[in-house]
Write a protein that binds this ligand. Structure first.
Ligand SMILES: [Mg+2]
Length: 278
């Protein structure tokens, strides 16, 4: 398998931002290198965070999933599209009255960050926010359609553009698919946060720099298996990027020239091999 990049430079990386499915595990199968990779990063005084577009689950659901796979983590080990959405809303629509269609945990997270969350239609509402809503009801679709039809120019924000979310048996419709339904009804398309937008890596760097000032865009590596989300978000945030071929991208697609990543690797176990060299 052909690889790309000067792998020795990985030794200079201070912060690793890992996509999860396809990068550290596949469904419910943890990759053999994953545990030792995370331990080695920590042992060398470097940092890592898990980065996910899923805006339906609270972080605690991921802590549980990783625990089942044998990886110990806590809430501080994650950067999510919910957190990135909260940051975006506070920076760009501060103090606005926002209708939020999402799970209870998504709304709680936005409220905790200071967002003014509404759950019913009101003439006062100044924007609409959608998350990946595993508690979706027709009332929410009705409220959102009504707001976007009657108030044509209000901002429409969605946490993540994914069309589907993997399950144990296949896929379920994700935020991007529900936004497709809304588009069919109203003609409005949302502005999407989450990968490939740069908010998640930027937020991660801002957070981790507080304890390690050597962390910046040049010493941060985004590692993922999808070019149009993981790699694109790293490129947009101007961090270093590594595509791993252990998930959904084929070698042929990787070298198709659509994205210029710094590294193309067989899998994230290559990082471990480099870090263990002395
Ligand atoms: Mg992935």
């Amino acid at each position: 398998m052909r690889e790309k990049g000067d792998f020795q430079n990985i030794k200079d990386i201070r912060l690793f931002l890992f996509d999860m499915d396809g990068t550290l595990y596949l469904g419910y199968d943890l990759f053999g290198f994953a545990k030792e990779l995370l331990q080695t990063i920590k042992a060398q005084g470097k940092k890592y965070l898990f980065m996910t577009n899923n805006s339906s689950k609270s972080v605690s659901a991921y802590v549980e999933k990783l625990a089942k796979l044998g990886i110990k983590s806590d809430e501080n080990d994650f950067i999510t599209s919910s957190q990135a959405t909260a940051l975006y809303l506070n920076n760009n629509l501060p103090d606005k009255k926002l209708y939020v269609a999402g799970t209870k945990s998504f709304k709680d997270e936005l409220r905790a960050s200071g967002v003014n969350v509404y759950e019913d239609y009101s003439d006062e509402i100044e924007g609409v926010v959608m998350g990946f809503d595993t508690e979706l009801t027709f009332k929410k679709l009705d409220d959102v359609s009504k707001l976007l039809t009657l108030k044509k120019d209000i901002p429409f924000i969605a946490a993540n553009p994914d069309f589907v979310c993997p399950t144990e048996y296949g896929y379920v419709p994700d935020c991007g698919s529900v936004c497709g339904m809304i588009f069919n009804a109203t003609g409005r398309k949302p502005f999407y946060i989450g990968k490939p937008r740069p908010e998640m890596p930027l937020l991660a760097i801002e957070k981790m720099r507080k304890t390690d000032p050597s962390i910046d865009k040049n010493t941060t590596l985004v590692v993922g298996d999808r070019m149009y989300t993981d790699i694109a978000c790293g490129i947009n945030a101007k961090t270093k990027t590594m595509l791993v071929l252990s998930g959904e991208t084929t070698e042929e697609q990787a070298y198709g020239g659509e994205y210029e990543m710094d590294y193309i690797a067989r899998d994230a176990g290559r990082i471990l091999e480099i870090l263990k060299q002395n």
